[in-house]
Design a binder for this molecule. Structure first.
Ligand code: PEP
Ligand code: MG
Length: 292
C-alpha cells in the first residue's frame, strides 16, 4: 500500500472529471516543511506560526521571524506558502505575554484578538512576513475572525506596513491575504467577508468545536463528537458558495480536510483546496484521482 502511494508522487491532484484541487500541507515548524516536500505537497496551506513564539522566552524579533519565513519561502521554491498569524491564547500559554488565566480560554483572549489589541506584536509579525514575501510565494492568513470590522482593521494595518516598507525602499511580493473561517459567526457572514479578502480557509477543528459546543480538548466528549454532523456540512457548503459568488477561492485546513470518506463531498461542494497533515497528502491525492 505504501508503495502504491509512492507512485503518486509527481502526479497531479485532478479528479477523473478534470477538476483540479490544490492539495497542500499543514505544518508547524521547519522540519515539517521538509516532510511536506517529501510527501509531494503542492504548497503549504497552513503554517502555524505559534512555535516561533512558544520556543522562545521573549517576543521573537522581526529579524528572527523574517529568517524563518524566508527559509520556508525559499525551501518551497515558488510554491504557495500560507502563513497564519499568531494564534495563541490562555490554552497555549506563553509567560512573556502575561495573559491572565481564563475560565474559558477557547472563547477568550486569543489569536487575532490579541493581535488587534497588541498592535506592536502584530505589526512586528506582519513586517517580517512582508519582507520574507520577496523570497517566495507567501500568503498571509488571519485566525479566529468573527466580523467584517476586524478584517477592515487588519487590512488597514497591513496597508500601513506596505506603505512603511515602500517608503523605506524595502521590497516585498504580491501577498494574498485571507482569513480562516473557524467560527460560526464567520461562516454565517461569509458573503460579507468574501468581499474583503483573497481567500477563505476553513478551520474545521474550531468550527466544529464552536458549532457543536463540544470542547475539542476534552476526550470525554469524543463520543458525542460527530465531524460529519449536517450542521458542519451545511456551513461548509454555505462558505464555499459565498466564496465563489465573490470570486475568491476556498479550502479546508482543519483535520476534516483529510477525511477521505468526505473527499468526494468536498469536491462536489466546490472546495478549491485541501490542506492536510503531510502524511495524508498522498492518501488524499489517491482519493481525488479516483473521484469522478
Ligand atoms: C482549525 O481550527 O481547524 C485549525 C486548522 O486551526 P488550529 O487547529 O490550529 O486551531
Ligand atoms: Mg483553529
Amino acid at each position: 500500500k505504501q508503495e502504491l502511494l509512492q507512485t503518486l508522487k509527481g502526479k497531479e491532484d485532478v479528479t477523473l472529471g478534470g477538476k483540479k484541487i490544490n492539495l497542500y500541507a499543514n505544518v508547524g515548524n521547519i522540519s515539517d516543511v521538509m516532510t511536506a516536500l517529501k510527501n509531494d505537497a503542492a504548497g503549504i496551506g497552513l503554517f502555524r506560526s505559534e512555535f516561533l513564539y512558544l520556543e522562545k522566552d521573549h517576543y521573537p524579533t522581526e529579524e528572527e521571524q523574517f529568517q524563518v519565513y524566508k527559509t520556508v519561502a525559499e525551501t518551497m521554491a515558488g510554491k504557495k506558502v500560507i502563513i497564519r498569524t499568531l494564534d495563541i491564547g490562555a490554552d497555549k500559554r506563553i509567560d512573556y505575554f502575561n495573559i491572565e488565566p481564563e475560565e474559558n480560554p477557547a472563547m477568550g483572549y486569543r489569536a487575532i484578538r490579541i493581535c488587534l489589541d497588541r498592535e506592536d506584536v502584530f505589526k512586528t509579525q506582519l513586517r517580517a512576513l512582508y519582507r520574507a514575501s520577496a523570497y517566495g510565494n507567501i500568503s498571509i492568513m488571519y485566525p479566529m475572525i468573527i466580523s467584517v470590522e476586524e478584517v477592515k482593521k487588519i487590512k488597514e494595518i497591513s496597508a500601513g506596513i506596505r506603505r512603511e516598507l515602500s517608503a523605506a525602499g524595502i521590497s516585498f511580493g504580491n501577498v494574498e491575504e485571507g482569513i480562516m473561517i473557524e467560527t460560526p459567526a464567520a461562516a454565517l457572514i461569509s458573503d460579507l467577508l468574501a468581499k474583503e479578502v483573497d481567500f477563505f480557509s476553513i478551520g474545521t477543528n474550531d468550527l466544529s468545536q464552536y458549532t457543536l459546543a463540544i470542547d475539542r480538548q476534552n476526550p470525554k466528549l469524543d463520543i458525542f463528537f460527530d465531524p460529519h454532523h449536517p450542521a458542519i456540512l451545511r456551513l461548509l457548503q454555505m462558505v464555499a458558495d459565498n466564496a465563489h459568488k465573490a470570486g475568491i477561492w476556498v479550502g479546508i485546513c482543519g483535520e476534516l480536510g483529510a477525511d477521505i470518506s468526505l473527499t468526494e463531498t468536498f469536491i462536489r461542494m466546490g472546495m478549491d483546496e485541501l490542506s492536510v497533515s503531510p502524511a495524508m497528502v498522498l492518501p488524499v491525492r489517491q482519493k481525488i484521482r479516483e473521484t469522478t
